[in-house]
Each structure stands twice: as structure tokens, then as C-alpha cells.
Design a protein around this ligand. Sequence first.
Ligand code: UDP
Length: 344
Amino acid sequence: MNKNKILVTGGCGYIGSHTIIEILEQTNFEVISVDNLMNSSLNTLDRIEKITGKKVKNYVIDLCNIEETEEIFKENNDLVGIIHFAALKSVPDSVFKPLLYYHNNLNSLLNLLQLAEKYAVNNFIFSSSCSVYGNVSKLPVNEQTPLSLAESPYAYTKQIGEVIIKDVVRNNDMKAVALRYFNPVGAHISGLNGENPINKPTNLVPIITQTAIGIMKEMNVYGYDYDTRDGSCIRDYIHVTDIADAHIKAMNYLIKGKNKENYEVYNLGTGNGVTVLEAIKAFEKVSGLRLNYKMAERRPGDVVAIYSDTTLSEQMLDWKTKFSIEDMMSSAWKWQQLLLEEKK
Ligand code: UDP
């Protein structure tokens, strides 16, 4: 049988939904999603349909429940691969609720791997994070950079997740790629799908757009006296569609057997470090607005600067980012305006 279907876990979430859109737009793969809607909504499936013209089936199932999850594998005997996004992802939240994070992120992964092995779904892409590197002393960060102590339970679930996958695929027919994201931002370039933070956001870009639209009165730039070109922190912001694209490239890479090891890791960043003030300027440029921001104290836990070395991912996955910081800001801004329209 020609296996042609990809199971996307967390398909109603931010990166999952953008990946489904790219799969439907760029490939002949079929897609199904599993999402328990813990931090997402079924509206996302309508947004996907609006953009792609295609309906996607979602199973509202908690991956921590192995019996229910197994039904997906029984119903779909044509799965060629799994892209596993479903996880809790807030760093500060994980510090307050470590048990929830360890329980959710690790049990779901264990169940999924067990079922993938049982049903011979041999290609597995794991959503990891540059937070696995912890505090780094040498920039840019490449895949050989040693992992230091995780700074949060969230980051630790990604570190442990990677180890679990590596150990599992050593002993069966599976192959896996872990993709370590830097700072995914922006929205679909149409502005019709994006991140929809249910709680008050803590990430820079949603805070910028919420301030611009008036949900927040003003915003803080956390730290203005760092040893960087303008005193604010440096990050590697990457457009969510570029991240999505890398998942397709990684899946094809595994399916075609181009991998050298059964388990490989790749960084997903642009390689460009952007300061907080430069990000704000990019937003002001594309929106034509002045943002109400003030310089504030450093935020505890922030590293001064981190950005990716993109050499390996570009070379091995045949992938290159397409979107600029202006694209990231303009798409995020379109999306924020759509959200406001929908509330009216
Ligand atoms: N940041 C900021 N003001 C905010 C939110 C974030 O100055 O309201 C800064 C933050 O200190 C960091 C950068 O923006 O230097 C990116 O933060 P974010 O939380 O988006 O991602 P992180 O890199 O911390 O995962």
C-alpha cells in the first residue's frame, strides 16, 4: 500500500496549523490532526480551509490517553509519518506547574512513540527548541553546541524528549529528526491565520501588536544596557511559515532515506540576530505607527543574545528561510487586525 498520510499532533496550534497549511499547499500528502484543544480552538480548522480550500479532520483526543490515541492508528493504516507539535510551551508557566508539564509533554511523547513503533509509522519529526542549549557562551549556536542545564521544566521536557526519541529509534525501524526552533513569530502571509494567545502574551511580537492595537497601553523593552549594539537583547526571529516549510523538508528527507543517522537534530533560525529595538523599528516601519514603549529593567531569566548557525539545516534539509523581519511584523500585524475585526 502506498502510505501517503501525515499525522500532525497539535494541528490546531500555532506552528501545527501553519505546517498543515504548507503541507496542503506544497505537497500531495494527506493530513490528519490530533489536538485536545487544551490551548487552541477548532476555529483554526476553518482558517486552514479558508486559506487552502481543504478540510482537515481533527481528532479531539488527549495523547496521554493511549487507548484513545490508538484508535487514530487503527483508523488510518496509511500513515507515513508523524509531526509531533502537541505540547505545553510556556516557559514561566512550566516553572509553576512542573508536574503538569512533565506529565503532559512526556507521556504524550511516550504514547506516540509506542504506537508509531507498533503500527510501523517510521518517520518522526519532533518539535524541539533552542531552549535545550540553555545559556550559551559562543555564538552562533550550531548543532554541536553542548547542551547546558535546562533553564525551565519546559526546556527540560524538550531535552528529555530528544533523549527518549534518540534511544527509541536506535532499537527499531524508526527514523527521527528533532527541529530546534529559535523564535518563531509572524502569521500566515495572508494574515488569515496566526497565533491566538488565550492568556496575556509574554512573547515580544504579540505584545508589540497588542500594544499597537490598544489592548495594552504600553510595552516594556526589558533591558537597555546589555552589551549589544543598542543595549537590548538579541534573538533569532523566524517566520512561522519558514518553520513550517522546514518540517516538510525534514519529512521528505526521512522518507527518501537521506538521513545519515536514525536520529538527527537541526536548528531552525535565520542566522540573523535582531535586537528588541530593531524588531520594534521594523514593526513601526511596516505599520506606519509609533509604538508606545518604554525602557525597563532586565527581565529575569533572559539571555543577552542567541542566534542560530543555519549551515547544517540549509545543507542537509535543502531549506532556506524566505521571510524577513518586516514580513514577520507585517503578517503579525494583519493577523492582529483580523482578530479585532472578528471580535466586533
Ligand atoms: N521582550 C521585551 N518586552 C516584552 C517581551 C519581550 O523587551 O514585552 C524581549 C525579551 O526580554 C527578549 C526578547 O524580547 O529579549 C524575546 O522575548 P520572547 O519572550 O519573545 O522570547 P524568548 O527569547 O524569551 O523565548
